[in-house]
Design a protein around this ligand. Structure first.
Ligand code: NAD
Length: 517
């Protein structure tokens, strides 16, 4: 039985109350309804946010539109915008413990891990501040002496940002600072399960000097608030991270008003382990890859593809190390795997394992929820003997459940790796250069890690192929995605090219003389 410490000094005695941030002011929802969030590990009420409605989303959009059309945010010098983003990064660091605790209490992730996410998020705000200073267009001086072509980049407009519950603060920080760096204004809808840290970010942005309306935050359900943002004609672009199913709906709705979309969606990511790999490093990465964030991670290495000649011993070691993973109270600093986000989701995870077993797979470890004094926890689970057509091999389980398949050749490994509709990321483990390069070239995924897994850098673009998404976040193009291109064609000097030919030196009643240059 997992022990849960209800007397932990970091557990709040009363839930924290939040408001909506619209036009630089905090307010309650128009219908005064609220969403209460209970800690999935402790079953204690931790946060209360307004349950926004369509009218709240519309008020936020009107504010963001005004802040864009009238300013001042899009009209500021990049240096001034950059200063606000840098101040925000400093304030994020000053309030890091508070932010990490909120994400831990609302999501169930280990506090030690949440601290790392907040530090990573502050780095993203700084990186975006750097990009803001280097956003520029192109000049074309090769169009002949009479023409200068200038391609300018203007901020895209009002961006609706919709985020999921699994990395609440990190994901908003992959979007909002880049949109702001480009000079856009935003309406943000965090997940209704984990809105707290995004609302604290609202306080931080006001303190950092962001003008009213440049970033508005409306909490509430996706169906009400999120859908209203996607439909609204005054929104220019949707930046969405979430499930592929909701992502597809969002793209379809956004198409009605031809909005630009950026979609970061699900994954069913393989780790390919070849017999010649550094197996010590590979086994550690396999265990990390599937249990990090309790497997509730788009990048989760949820499929282990292992070469048949080492499959037996490698799998034994995966099982042994999985058994040793410390699951428990997220506030305990020794914990590596915390609670599962909701009771429904835990049932869904167990269902995948039950169905796989019924289809002939072998549950080598775990397979069901863990007995705990409070909250909901899933046992680290390893399912072997999986075949490619099983749901556990194709669909996103989004839990600490590893599906194991075997292969003989590089060809077969690549075919298995590409055998789902997803294409977010993959890991390849081999000491052979050719194996690594061949697999990396042929795997259809936005990120391929070679002899490492799930490392992330602000400098490197991130996003998916296929049903894992549209577009890329991070990297030096991240802020460019929030810009629109405008072409200026500028004639210089006397005109030499007439649509209706004119004689050299002919006088015009308009007072000009035709000249040839
Ligand atoms: P979800 O799709 O259920 O919800 C995501 C967001 O969309 C939430 O804020 C939700 O309220 C909102 N939403 C729901 N219905 C909506 C609608 N009709 N219109 C507009 N918005 C709506 O996803 P989730 O369960 O919160 O998150 C888990 C999913 O996110 C997983 O599939 C995971 O792979 C994916 N994810 C992807 C990445 C990535 O970068 N590729 C990162 C993290 C999570």
């Amino acid at each position: 039985m997992l022990a849960i410490d209800l007397k932990h000094p970091l557990l709040p005695r009363t839930p924290r109350q939040f408001g909506l941030l619209i036009d630089g002011k905090w307010r309650s929802a128009q219908e005064e309804k609220v969403v209460e969030r209970t800690s999935p590990a402790h079953d204690v009420r931790v946060s209360v946010y307004p349950s926004g409605e369509v009218a709240d989303a519309e008020a936020a959009i009107v504010s963001a539109r005004r802040a864009f059309d009238i300013g001042p945010w899009p009209k500021l010098k990049a240096a001034e915008r950059s200063r606000v983003l840098l101040r925000a990064a400093d304030l994020i660091e000053q309030r890091a413990e508070e932010l990490a605790l909120l994400d831990t209490l609302e999501n169930g992730k280990p506090l030690t891990q949440a601290r790392g996410e907040i530090a990573g998020a502050a780095d993203l705000w700084r990186y975006a501040a750097c990009l803001a200073r280097d956003l520029h267009g192109d000049a074309y001086t090769n169009l002949g002496p009479a023409m200068l072509g200038v391609v300018v980049r203007e901020p895209m407009g009002v961006i609706a940002i919709i985020t999921p519950w699994n990395f609440p603060f990190l994901i908003i920080s992959q979007k909002l600072p880049f949109a702001l760096a480009a000079g856009c204004t935003a309406v943000v809808k965090p997940s209704e399960l984990t809105s707290g840290s995004t609302l604290v970010l609202g306080e931080i942005l006001l303190e950092a000097g962001l003008p009213p309306g440049a970033a508005n935050i409306v909490t509430g359900s996706g169906r009400q608030v999120g859908a209203a943002m996607v439909r609204h004609p005054a929104v220019d672009m949707i930046s969405f991270t979430g499930s592929t199913a909701v992502g597809k709906m969002t793209v379809a709705t956004a198409a009605e008003t031809l909005k630009r979309v950026s979609m970061e969606l699900g994954g069913k990511n393989p780790q390919l382990v070849f017999a010649d790999a550094d197996l010590e490093a590979a086994v550690d990465a396999v265990v990390f890859g599937i249990y990090f964030n309790a497997g509730e991670c788009c990048n989760s290495g949820s499929r282990l593809l292992v070469q048949r000649e080492i499959a037996g011993t490698f799998l034994d070691e995966v099982v042994a190390r999985s058994r040793a993973v410390p699951v428990g109270d997220p506030l305990d600093e020794r914990t590596k795997v915390g609670a599962i986000i909701s009771a429904d989701h835990l049932g869904k995870i167990e269902g995948y394992v039950t169905d796989a077993a019924a289809a002939g797979a072998e549950v080598r470890l775990g397979g069901q929820r863990l007995a705990a004094e409070r909250g909901r926890f899933m046992a680290p689970t390893v399912v072997a003997g999986v075949s490619p057509e099983m749901a556990i091999a194709r669909e996103e389980v989004f839990g600490p459940v590893l599906a194991v398949l075997t292969f003989d050749t590089v060809e077969e490994a690549v075919t298995l790796a590409n055998g789902t509709g997803y294409g977010l990321s993959a890991g390849v483990w081999s000491r052979d250069y050719d194996t690594c390069q061949t697999a990396a070239a042929r795997i259809r995924a936005g990120t391929v890690w070679l002899n490492t897994f799930m490392e992330g850098f602000a400098e490197l673009p991130f996003g998916g192929f296929g049903e894992s998404g549209i577009g890329r976040e991070l990297g030096r193009h991240a802020a460019l995605d929030y810009t629109e291109i405008k072409t200026l064609q500028m004639h210089r000097g006397p005109r030499s090219d007439w649509w209706l030919p004119r004689a050299q030196g002919a006088q015009s009643p308009l007072g000009s003389q035709a000249t040839l240059s």
